[in-house]
Ligand binder design. Structure first.
Ligand code: ADP
Ligand code: MG
Length: 343
């Protein structure tokens, strides 16, 4: 049952925001997986959502698109392309998804029809959402394949004839084929080998510039954050615990979780600096501890953190931590990590 808080501000215009999410909650029976998430995206801006596996990143993207699971309860408001998605009938929401928003899912495999040629699948998307003529549709397919650096004859191939990297590109081609203003991507580089991955990141950055796209990208990949994102939101146990300009969050994290998450990524590891590791696992939904949900794993945790959940504070660079001013962590011991700071 998709229960959605409906307000009387019907179809409000967007005030320069391509996307505005207010107090989003996604709850499966007995387990809140997205908790009070709010963020907005200005035209042309790119936001990266980072966090460990199970943090609620994919669930947030699905809720933004109005792809509701029948088992979950949804609360909050999502303004997308100037429309209140929570007020739209399903058919209209589906039109917004195809035309104004492109989505690249984490594993393209299941989203490509195995029985249809790539060109025909992209062409179908264009035809349904734009009503272009047959010839114009064909031209558009050729154009987008070229934009994602796939050879023209890819149009005649079936999905199983493409490598993982080529399938990712075909999904991106389909996602941008109707000229959306917003592109959502879920872990676009996670399945790619190193050399392909580097070019893939550059390609996304180029597409974004050429098409003036606004982007929300969910990623584990710090290079994606560094090369694509203007802003970063860090998700932990379904909540945003830090949010700010990418440069500021990468250089001077204000939440100990973010510092540990970034330090454990070899790609940002500065020479001569020891690799930090986060001990233990992120609590599962339904089993989130009281107070700050990160306190059992946090080197800075005090009594206050065990009893009171800190709210997200700050103006441009916000963090939900009582002890942001004690960062960086320096030589502190990391709980649950038997080797201390050394990973
Ligand atoms: N259908 C479902 N029923 C119950 N829990 C779910 C369902 N789908 C996802 N979850 C849970 O929601 C949490 C967030 O999942 P997800 O958004 O996929 O995480 P990630 O940050 O890795 O993308 C996970 O703990 C996952 O197990
Ligand atoms: Mg995911």
């Amino acid at each position: 049952m998709a229960e959605v808080a409906v307000t009387n501000t019907a179809q409000k215009k967007d005030n320069g925001f391509v996307l505005k999410v207010e107090n989003l909650e996604v709850t499966y029976p007995g387990a809140a997986v997205v908790r009070n998430v709010s963020f907005s995206l200005s035209r042309g801006e790119a936001l990266a959502i980072v966090g460990e596996s199970g943090a609620g990143k994919t669930q947030t993207l699905y809720a933004v698109l109005g792809l509701h699971s029948p088992e979950a309860v949804y609360k909050g408001r999502v303004f997308l392309a100037g429309r209140n998605m929570t007020l739209l009938p399903d058919a209209e929401a589906a039109r917004v998804r195809g035309r104004d928003v492109g989505m690249v899912f984490q594993n393209p495999g299941p989203y490509l029809n195995p029985a249809r040629r790539i060109g025909s699948q992209i062409g179908e998307t264009v035809r349904v959402h734009t009503g272009l003529s047959r010839e114009a549709v064909k031209r558009r397919v050729r154009e987008v394949l070229e934009q994602v650096e796939l050879a023209p004859d890819t149009a005649r191939r079936f999905p199983h004839q493409l490598s993982g990297g080529m399938q990712q590109r075909a999904m991106i081609a389909m996602a941008v084929s109707c000229g959306p203003e917003l592109l959502l991507m879920d872990e676009p580089t996670s399945a790619l080998d190193a050399p392909i991955r580097r070019r893939h990141i550059e390609l996304i950055a180029e597409l974004r510039r050429e098409m003036g796209l606004s982007v929300v990208v969910v990623t584990h990949d710090i290079e994606v954050v560094r090369d694509i994102a203007d802003r970063v939101a860090v998700l932990y146990c379904g909540r945003i615990i830090e949010e700010g300009a990418a440069s500021s969050v990468l250089e001077r994290p204000r939440h100990p979780y973010t510092e540990l998450l970034l330090s454990s990524a070899p790609s940002v590891h500065k020479r001569g600096q020891r690799l930090l590791a986060i001990g233990g696992d992120m609590p599962r939904p339904g089993n989130v501890p009281a107070g700050c949900s990160f306190h059992p794993r946090c080197p800075l945790a005090e009594e206050l953190c065990r009893s009171n959940e800190p709210s997200l504070t700050g103006t441009t660079h916000r963090a939900a931590c009582y002890f942001s001013d004690k960062l960086p962590l320096g030589e502190r011991e990391v709980p649950g990590n038997s080797t201390g700071r050394n990973a």
